[in-house]
Design a protein around this ligand. Structure first.
Ligand code: SAM
Length: 260
């Protein structure tokens, strides 16, 4: 499992903050609600829910990110309980939360079926689950594909060894995960904009700071890793909407599941 505490995931987390706001809004978080931010990273959704007066817990396997999240909570003057752990084995009682949020988080847990069973288990009757996932179109997905193909080629695997989060971008796949629990997701497609000074700057941030990219460097070797820069910049540039800088629009799914 990738250690998302490697590098500086903080940069990407800042770019994902608008999606956390959409998720908290979609969950209609109310004062006093018991809320879990699952795979909280640096705590984007947890902090927003706590600012609404909810009793929030943030869980993530990356302890360095939990430390960053705790620092952010202190700076914002909100209380959040931080817990190390993984989505497939949640250290919480059945029905412990009124709302469970996961912003581009649970999509990395494997097996996905086990993570979904845990999501459902810890959500109280009458509670809701709100998730965001990426679809597989656009320049960001194309850029990620450069990494995935290189890892597959280097390892000889028919697919990446880790989970394939982009299958979560297929509404039928998501519906199939929740169907065994008798639950039907409501799914909305939402745009998400990424910006940087240039395609090169965005690529270099990924190559030098992003934990998923850094995790591939030992597999590919320094030369193989450096060789990703050119195709990555080409993939990002192909979708660039701002010739003077870098701006691309990705598509995400905003998913709400109500537990009867
Ligand atoms: C793309 S980041 C999203 C973080 C945060 N939700 C945000 O919006 O910035 C993915 C997060 O999933 C976490 N993660 C990866 N595998 C996990 C697992 N099996 N169980 C729980 N969290 C996991 C990582 O540590 C990382 O913080």
């Amino acid at each position: 499992m990738t250690d998302w505490g490697t590098g500086r995931y903080e940069h990407t987390a800042a770019q994902l903050a608008p999606a956390a706001a959409r998720a908290v809004e979609a969950a209609d978080v109310q004062p006093g609600d018991r809320v879990l931010d699952l795979a909280c990273g640096t705590g984007n959704a947890a902090l927003l829910a706590a600012m609404r007066g909810a009793q929030v817990t943030g869980l993530d396997p990356a302890e360095r990110l939990l430390d960053v999240a705790a620092g952010r909570a202190r700076a914002a003057g909100v209380e959040v309980a931080w817990a190390p752990g993984v989505a497939t084995e949640l250290p919480f009682d059945d029905g412990a939360f009124d709302a469970v949020l996961s912003v581009f988080g649970v999509i990395f847990a494997a097996p996905a079926e086990d993570a979904v069973a845990e999501l459902v288990r810890v959500t109280a009757d009458g509670g809701r689950i709100v998730l965001t996932t990426w679809t597989d179109g656009g320049a960001i997905a194309a850029g990620s594909g450069v990494l995935m193909r290189a890892v597959v080629a280097a390892t000889g695997a028919s697919s990446t060894a880790g989970p394939a989060p982009r299958s979560w971008g297929d509404p039928d796949y998501v519906a199939g995960l929740f169907a065994p629990h008798g639950l039907v997701p409501q799914i909305e497609r939402i745009p998400h904009v990424f910006e940087a000074a240039s395609p090169d700057a965005f690529a270099d941030e990924w190559l030098e700071q992003h934990p998923m990219w850094l995790a591939a460097r030992p597999l590919l070797g320094d030369d193989g890793y450096a060789g990703l820069r050119e195709p990555l910049i080409a993939a990002l540039s192909a979708g660039n909407e701002d010739p003077a800088a870098f701006r691309v629009t990705s598509e995400a799914l905003l998913i709400r599941i109500d537990r009867a």
